[in-house]
Ligand binder design. Structure first.
Ligand SMILES: [Zn+2]
Length: 1087
């Protein structure tokens, strides 16, 4: 499954997930790609099991790179501080708060030209949902009303492609490049500068295109809705071939004598996609599985086919499919339902009905009578052992008739049982087989018209690919014969039920997650309400298991849908070191042929057109055009930071923080143990210590049993370290945290299991531990290549302050080096390693300095107290000798970290407090502004890097510049240094300043679910951040002046003159930098 998104800021996790897959744990590589026009940076994304939140890679995850474990619940250090990204709305403002609003006034709806198809109350989400038809055009509208303040709107068209020219994807980009009411180059980008939006994006699926927005601010919300509606129905691109050329493809020729090239945002984007083997593999598999319908082509666009697309085809596609008769619209939240219908009428009424809904129907792929095997090649690098770079991917299309609700639910459970946790048998069998490095394939995928199931491995030796396939079949046969244990089934049911009830979508809007789920039925003529319900089918399913037994339910499913299913496609992808060169040569030849066929006049015309397009791209929109983009004013902004209730108390000598927030019967807790007593040499072992606690097992239970017990009795448990600088202190703040969640009636089990994990787990499984080390080592190695900016940032922090040093030990280059030597130590002296793990336990687990954080409503909080007390009793009063203090930092020197790469990551940083800068809220506005303007223009647009950005850490005082996938090195550093003069000479009118301020506050007030609110509040408590400080900071932001920008420019002179540089780059580029500036970088070979 591949969806292209225009912005990679918020990744639609749910876009690729079924109702039940919320907890699926096979990493689902969501290939959400950035779109050059408005997008920032590609965000790879995986969904993990249990309480662990999504791991984002990319610029947003910058800081979290310094920590080895994903921060659960999406609360990264930066996000959790009210200073930078504060809290959000009223405590009770969650989905299930009481008294939902009713639907629109029926009379009014009728007058406006709508008829009600169905109206239902959805108990599960405490919402009234009404499905309307717009009578004139046939457009369908789902209007969901409840008390969720995070309002969501989306418009979705079925956009089946006939070929792989990427029309739907190019159109998705192009309609956002200006419209009738908003005739700008990039209205979305302009909106983002000053919007309070919490979500704004567009996605292309294999058969549909979605345009969603979400906001908590009513005015902002309707501004966003209008920009999207105008964009899809009245875009400029259909009459403006230059937009098509810019976003899609065109020939570029700067001088008649030069070689011609292809240019275009989507063209380049898809070239990037087609150079990632996992992406190609998924595409080959889908296309081979659906030869007879639209899934047999690539809606995103195959770079070798994209240049076949004509402007006329593009126009026709828009006219046909972007029509109300082919549209499904979705509203969700606490806004006025009458207003919704009124707003869309203004657009829908201007169209007549069309046949487009018929023409956009997705046909059914008849099932194969025999399995298929496909062997393909991908372009591999020269380095490493290409013999071990094969991939195998096995995929089944499950049916060619719609499944009933119950079977769908059962398949969801089966998926979780087979793959959902490290203890799940299919996943465990593959991982422990040693046949490959990692799993690929997402398990069950029910987003498309016909569901499929896929699984495979990468990093497989050439002669082992068949064995992977055989192992999958053998394991599945075993599961048919033996079934799953009752414990495993109970764990899966509890985990899935918990996640359905909790409905914790992190920072992804709940209303959008529901929309995407509902669309999976609605789009194919199914019941859009069905996906919103789960209580009854779940009960029925549990009853069926009770009656028919585990084997009776699941064994026939495995047999029918997988083992006996002949619609099976196996793709083997082989590395080919020559393919890259051959593909390039083929493209050059094609271009040369075209050029040879052109007359002199044609060529001159092409040179002129190339120049004309460039001039247009470089010419800014006139101020009057920018003014039409709706913007909020300062008076729309709440004056106060968002408040989270907190009561500080004490139990058994531990500090207890209670947050009385409505959580729909879930208790969230964190217990933070003081980590500052840990011997410095043990720090790099902490991430593995955390993993061992959850995946090693106790004296009485192996890790499978422990993991199932956690699944059966809780909503999940995770452990991770937390380290940060504190303003005004040299020492780092450091905690070892365990976090858990459970339904209120499982509180006793939750605390009991947390105790078991911390106290009873034994560090005695050498082989498993060695697996952890290898996995983490290879994970770190790919992180250096894929996210070198994070590694550079961590490295620079490690040179500038103690907290940075600690984080570098646990997640930076030092950590990677440690893991490399650890592999050997585990082999040669396991008892010492095992003892070191015990040493961490005894150093950290003491009651002194413990903070217990509890988030739930008052009743649950009170009833949790005795369990907290029991839990604390299990730990000694003090923990070891409390004498360790860390104070080292890395030697401060400019470094060039060498890796095999075509693109670099360049960082430069210094501590502004060292230069006398005083903390001030205006720095947020300024930092964001620099990123959106100077660095964007210099490092990205003209420099050609994928991203350039800066970051100021209020706590440590470190200001850092970073670039992402950057073709340059020294030139980028010059651009960083140029920030000083840019700011000093800045002219900024009131309007632009106001926009910058509002955008900053919008980011700060981003919406949080209750668990994230409680967590953020705890972090603020630990850091000593008071309400008064937050208020002061907010006032400083709101009163930021142009003078502040200029003064900040002066402060940045210190970074320019004394900053430290770390570049993660190719050997050639580092050598070139040292040639131009002898001795500039210390060269460190990393890979
Ligand atoms: Zn795109």
């Amino acid at each position: 499954m591949h969806a292209q998104g225009i912005l990679a800021r918020s990744v639609p996790r749910a876009a690729h997930m079924s109702l039940l897959a919320v907890t699926a744990s096979v990493p689902r590589p969501l290939r959400l790609l950035t779109c050059g026009a408005c997008g920032k940076i590609e965000a790879a994304f995986t969904v993990q099991k249990g309480v662990r939140g999504p791991q984002k890679l990319g610029w947003q995850g910058l800081r979290s790179f310094s920590l080895p474990l994903a921060r659960p619940f999406e609360a990264s250090r930066r996000d959790s501080l009210g200073l930078k990204r504060g809290l959000s709305s009223a405590p009770q403002a969650v989905l299930t708060a009481p008294t939902p609003k009713v639907g629109a006034n029926p009379e009014m709806a009728k007058q406006q030209g709508y008829e009600v198809i169905s109206e239902q109350f959805i108990d599960e989400y405490n919402s009234t949902a009404i499905l309307y038809r717009h009578k004139k055009t046939g457009a369908e509208i789902m209007s969901v009303s409840n008390s969720d303040e995070k309002k969501v709107f989306g418009i979705v068209f079925r956009t089946p492609a006939q070929d792989s020219t990427g029309i739907p994807h190019i159109l998705e980009h192009s309609v956002l490049c200006g419209s009738r009411k908003y005739p700008l180059k990039n209205p979305v980008g302009e909106l983002l500068k000053s919007s309070l939006n919490t979500f704004l994006n567009a996605f292309t699926y294999p058969d549909r295109t979605c345009y969603p927005v979400a906001s908590t601010n009513l005015k902002d919300f309707y501004n966003l809705v209008d920009v999207h509606l105008d964009a899809v129905f009245f875009p400029r691109c259909v009459n403006d071939v230059q937009i098509f050329q810019q976003e899609g493809w065109h020939y570029e020729l700067n001088e008649s004598s030069e070689d011609m090239t292809y240019k275009g945002v989507v063209f380049n984007e898809m070239k990037g996609v087609y150079s990632q083997p996992e992406n190609i593999m998924g595409r080959f598999s889908q296309q081979a599985s659906f030869p007879d319908n639209t899934y047999g082509v690539d809606s995103g666009g195959d770079p070798t086919v994209i240049p076949d697309l004509t402007f006329e085809q593009f126009q026709e596609f828009h006219q046909k499919f972007y029509h109300p008769s082919n549209a499904r619209l979705w509203f969700y939240g606490d806004d006025d339902p009458n207003e919704r219908l009124r707003v869309i009428s203004a657009y829908l009424d201007s169209f007549e009905a069309s046949q487009s809904a018929k023409e956009s129907e997705v046909g059914i792929q008849k099932l194969f009578t025999e399995p298929k095997r496909v062997v393909e090649k991908y372009a591999a690098g020269e380095g490493g052992d290409t013999g071990k770079k094969h991939m195998v991917y096995i995929s089944w299309v499950l049916c060619d008739e719609p499944l009933d609700e119950e079977t769908e639910l059962a398949l969801g459970f089966l998926d979780h049982l087979m793959l959902g946790t490290p203890a799940a048998p299919l996943r465990k069998a593959l991982m422990e087989s040693g046949l490959g490095e990692a799993l690929v394939g997402g398990g069950l995928d029910d987003d498309l018209r016909q569901p499929s199931f896929s699984i495979g491995m990468k990093g497989v030796a050439a002669d082992k690919t068949v064995e992977v396939e055989e192992l999958v079949i053998k394991t599945l046969n075993g599961l048919v014969d033996e079934g799953f244990t009752a414990e495993a089934v109970e764990a899966s049911i509890n985990t899935i039920e918990f996640s359905l009830r909790e409905n914790n979508t992190g920072s992804f809007p709940r209303g959008l997650s529901l929309m995407l789920r509902s669309m999976g039925k609605w789009l194919y003529g199914g019941d859009p309400f069905e996906a919103l319900r789960f209580a009854k089918p779940l009960e029925a399913f549990k009853e069926r298991i009770a009656n028919e037994g585990v084997k009776g339910v699941f064994s026939p499913l495995i047999k029918k849908f997988i083992l006996d299913n002949t619609h099976r496609v196996t793709v083997e992808l082989q590395p080919d070191t020559e393919k890259g060169v051959k593909d390039e040569a083929a493209e050059a030849e094609r271009l040369a042929k075209v050029k040879a066929s052109m007359t002199k006049e044609d060529l001159a015309e092409l040179v002129r057109a190339t120049e004309e397009l460039r001039v247009r791209q470089e010419t800014p929109d006139p101020p009057e055009a920018l003014r039409v983009v709706p913007s909020l004013s300062l008076k729309d902004i709440p004056k106060d930071p968002i408040n989270v209730p907190i009561a500080v108390g004490e139990i058994n000598g531990a500090t207890v923080l209670r947050h009385d927030i409505f959580t729909n019967d879930v208790l969230y807790t964190e217990v933070a143990f003081d980590m500052s007593t840990l011997r410095a040499d043990l720090l790099p072992l902490v991430p593995l210590f955390c993993q061992s606690l959850l995946e090693m097992g106790t004296k009485d239970m192996d890790f499978v049993e422990l993991s199932q017990l956690i699944g059966r009795k809780t909503g999940g448990i995770s452990v991770f370290p937390y380290v940060s600088s504190v303003h005004g202190k040299k020492e780092a703040l450091s905690y070892f945290m365990i976090r858990g969640k459970a339904m209120a009636n499982q509180t006793a089990d939750l605390f009991n299991l947390m105790k078991v994990v911390l106290k009873d787990v034994q560090f005695n499984d050498q082989q498993r531990f060695q697996q952890f080390v290898s996995q983490r080592k290879s994970g770190m190695e790919s992180r250096v290549v894929g996210g070198g900016h994070g590694v550079a940032a961590t490295r620079m922090d490690g040179m500038l302050n103690v907290a940075g040093w600690v984080n570098e030990q646990m997640g930076g280059l030092s950590y990677l080096n440690y893991l490399r030597s650890l592999e050997k130590r585990v082999e040669e002296d396991w008892p010492a390693v095992s003892q070191a793990l015990e040493d961490i336990r005894s150093a950290v687990l003491g009651r002194k300095g413990v903070i217990v954080n509890l988030t739930a409503d008052e009743k649950i909080l009170t009833s949790a107290e005795p369990h907290v007390s029991n839990f604390l009793d299990a730990f000694p009063e003090t923990s070891g000798d409390r004498t360790c203090t860390w104070n080292p930092v890395l030697h401060r020197v400019n470094e060039g970290l060498v890796i095999p790469t075509k693109v670099n990551y360049v960082g430069k940083a210094a501590c502004l407090y060292d230069a006398g800068y005083e903390m001030d809220g205006s720095s947020y506005v300024i930092q964001k502004y620099i990123g959106n303007t100077w660095l964007w223009d210099r490092v990205r647009v003209s420099g050609g890097a994928y991203g350039g950005f800066c970051d100021f850490d209020m706590f440590s005082g470190v200001f850092s510049y970073l670039s992402y996938r950057d073709p340059n090195l020294l030139k980028t550093l010059d651009n960083y240094d140029g920030t000083v003069e840019f700011l000093k000479n800045l002219e900024l009118d009131d309007e632009a300043l106001t926009k910058a301020i509002i955008g900053t506050i919008g980011e700060m007030d981003s919406y949080q679910l209750p668990d994230a609110k409680g967590y953020s509040s705890m972090i603020r408590y630990m850091m000593g951040v008071t309400w008064e400080q937050r208020q002061q900071r907010r006032e400083q932001i709101l009163s930021t002046s142009v003078e502040d920008f200029r003064n900040f420019g002066s402060s940045l002179e210190y970074v320019r003159d004394s900053g430290v540089v770390v570049a993660v780059a190719s050997a050639d580029d580092i050598a070139a930098a040292n040639e131009a500036k002898p001795g500039f970088l210390d060269v460190v070979k990393v890979l």
